[in-house]
Design a protein around this ligand. Structure first.
Ligand SMILES: NC(=O)c1ccc[n+]([C@@H]2O[C@H](COP(=O)([O-])OP(=O)(O)OC[C@H]3O[C@@H](n4cnc5c(N)ncnc54)[C@H](O)[C@@H]3O)[C@@H](O)[C@H]2O)c1
Length: 259
């Protein structure tokens, strides 16, 4: 028996980067709870396949978050049907390189995708949220703790937290709440590139207090909390979903004893 409550029935939810990873998990969770889900991405094949799998109430549209005209096209289509209620800005990518080995094009591409894409999304969605709404931006633990070799990525995610707070201040009187989530290490494709091939993932996992990476569904459930009425008095926050990593430091032990 499906006991999931249709908490988001009658709600239009727009998700960027929805073809896979955290955005894909959000699409699944909102769909299970009765929302009309607008999946968007640049990976049209995977996005269409997921929308088909989710069935009635889910539809896919191509939306490159760095394209102002793509935002206008998709948001206008939703606005013609009524009010947009929820935006999840999940599209993003990461490059890993020391700052002095990061090219100008790479740096600009990170800012363009992760930060400018979020700005364009907030601006477009706010115009279509005539009945109020909730915007959730994907920041990162790396936008809370500065991390060597993640300079461009970290700068973009520190910026997402700043944008989130400014938007929360400016949109509160229109009934639009704006929050961010800051995931730690989540098991998705984002770190699958050659940039991350030299990372010692096992050693990294041992440094996480909960001793494991998170799942996309665990991030999606926090996003659903921030999207719905259970968080009606929450705006301008940046919520860590990181297995305790940013809580502080633990003293390393000499032996293999657990801390
Ligand atoms: N996975 C993690 O460990 C982690 C940790 C912290 C924050 N995040 C953030 O969460 C968000 C989602 O990451 P993920 O782990 O699901 O990654 P992912 O690679 O699984 O998914 C990202 C999606 O974004 C899409 N995308 C890329 N460029 C795009 C563009 N220009 N326009 C529209 N879509 C585009 C990709 O096609 C992909 O479907 C990102 O913003 C990422 O920075 C992820």
């Amino acid at each position: 028996m499906n006991t999931t409550s249709p908490q988001f029935s009658g709600t239009d939810v727009l998700i960027t980067g929805a073809s896979k990873g955290i955005g894909g998990a959000c699409a699944r969770e909102f769909s299970r709870r009765g929302a009309t889900v607008w999946l968007t991405d640049v990976d049209d094949v995977a996005g269409c396949a997921l929308a088909d799998e989710l069935g009635q109430g889910a539809r896919y549209r191509h939306l490159d978050v760095t394209s102002e005209s793509d935002w206008i096209t998709v948001v206008s289509e939703i606005a013609q049907r009524g009010s947009l209620n929820v935006l999840v800005n999940s599209a993003g990518a990461a490059i890993k390189a020391p700052l002095v080995q990061t090219s100008l094009d790479q740096f600009r591409a990170m800012i363009d995708l992760n930060l400018t894409g979020t700005f364009l999304g907030i601006r477009a969605a706010a115009g279509a949220m005539s009945a109020g709404g909730s915007i959730i931006n994907l920041a990162s633990l790396r936008g809370v703790l500065a991390t060597a070799e993640l300079g461009a990525y970290g700068a973009s995610k520190f910026g997402v937290r700043a944008l989130t707070k400014v938007a929360a201040l400016e949109l509160a009187d229109r009934g639009i709440r704006v929050n961010a989530v800051c995931p730690g290490s989540i098991d998705t494709a984002i770190t699958a590139s050659a940039d991350f091939a030299a990372d010692d993932v096992e050693a990294y996992v041992r440094s996480i207090p909960m001793q494991r990476r998170g799942t996309p569904a665990e991030v999606a459930k926090v996003i659903l909390f921030l999207a719905g009425d259970d968080s009606s008095y929450v705006t301008g926050t940046d919520m860590l979903v990181d297995g305790g990593t940013a809580a502080g430091v633990r003293t390393p032990k000499k032996s293999t004893q657990k801390v």
